[in-house]
Design a protein around this ligand. Sequence first.
Ligand code: NIG
Ligand code: FE
Length: 420
Amino acid sequence: MKTDWILILNIKELTGISDNKDSKLCGDEMKKLNSINDAFLMIFKGKIMGYGKMKDMMMGPASKDNKHSTIIDAKGKMVFPSWCDSHTHLVYGGSRENEFVDRINGMTYEEIAKRGGGILNSAKLIVKASEDELFDAAWKRLEEIIRTGTGAVEIKSGYGLSLETELKMLRVIKRLKEKSPLTIKSTFLGAHAVPTKYENNKEEYIRLITQEMMPAIAKEGLADFCDVFCENNYFTKEETIFILKEGIKNGMKPKVHAEQLSHSGGIEAGVACDAISVDHLEYINDNDISLLKNSNTMSTILPGAAFFLGLPNPPVRRMIDNGLPVAIASDYNPGSSPSGNMNTMISIACIQYKMTPEEAINAATINSAYAMDLSKTHGSISEGKTANIFITKEIPSYSYLPYSFGSNLVETVILNGEIQ
Ligand code: NIG
Ligand code: FE
């Protein structure tokens, strides 16, 4: 439904308010979720126009008689800025539940990868899929995450691992960007794994990434970010730095898959390249924490992947208590996190990592907006920001959201000022 004005009235609690639009929340700042009880929110032409206490509201042009306005009564319901999911791999072919069963029967993620499963399995599956098939499958996933409150999402390539198929993935992401009401950022992840063909010649694969893939991708303007899986048997710290620097030359801001399965120096590489985020962090150490503290890099945790693979919990309390900003993303992908439900991610973060609901909600909104270079326009209720919000069902408090794990309490979704 399209109207110029949307006026949401009688909101039990309007949360995630921020006057400081271009920001991230660090350490103790994450403990507070700014909100107003008994509030209104006014949206005009896709942007947040104003908000405040019901008693202070002046209807003005958004009045009931104006046929260009939609009025929503949110009595008993809460309003949140939409989730920002800053790390996904949601363009993929097929599925990998066979590996899930193998892990139940005792194999590890690394063992499955060594026998040609894991990322290389998805690389085989994606070659068979046409661009249209990939688009349609990803579109369904986007529809599903819209219903669970996501308003902005980053999507990576990285199952192509050849010039042709990486381009195919990134072109699909470009089409999704153009068609979807979600705000989408794209990431080139050619350095996700070493294809079997280059098993004994990783240098040549890195040359292909940096000398052939990157220029072609830059020419078509297909990637906002560049990412590397820095891990044993994947890419070393030095290789990560080299690839990220080449990415910068091609206009792609760095991100890193860091310290997921072992301590491999991904955070050091990320900070050295002024990465916008380092993600996973199960094996982060004290030195990494001090490096991150003096950097612009966001620490992103991916609770779905750690839960699904049974990895150790990232030491989130230690990170926040040491003053770091923390973001939460879903890592939606067929191998390590087959869910893009951000409500589930914040529940896991609260239950397993002892994040407070305020910290988890801030991590999944303003801080994850920062991790995808969107904090000027997304991630909080601020005047002038994109009107990406959701209205919940009737709930007693915002803590009820992570508490009700597995439920979808999102009732109404508004993206770019349009009810979805
Ligand atoms: O973020 N760790 C590397 N990449 C993905 C997993 C990809 C896959 O298994 O397909 C991750 O967990
Ligand atoms: Fe990932």
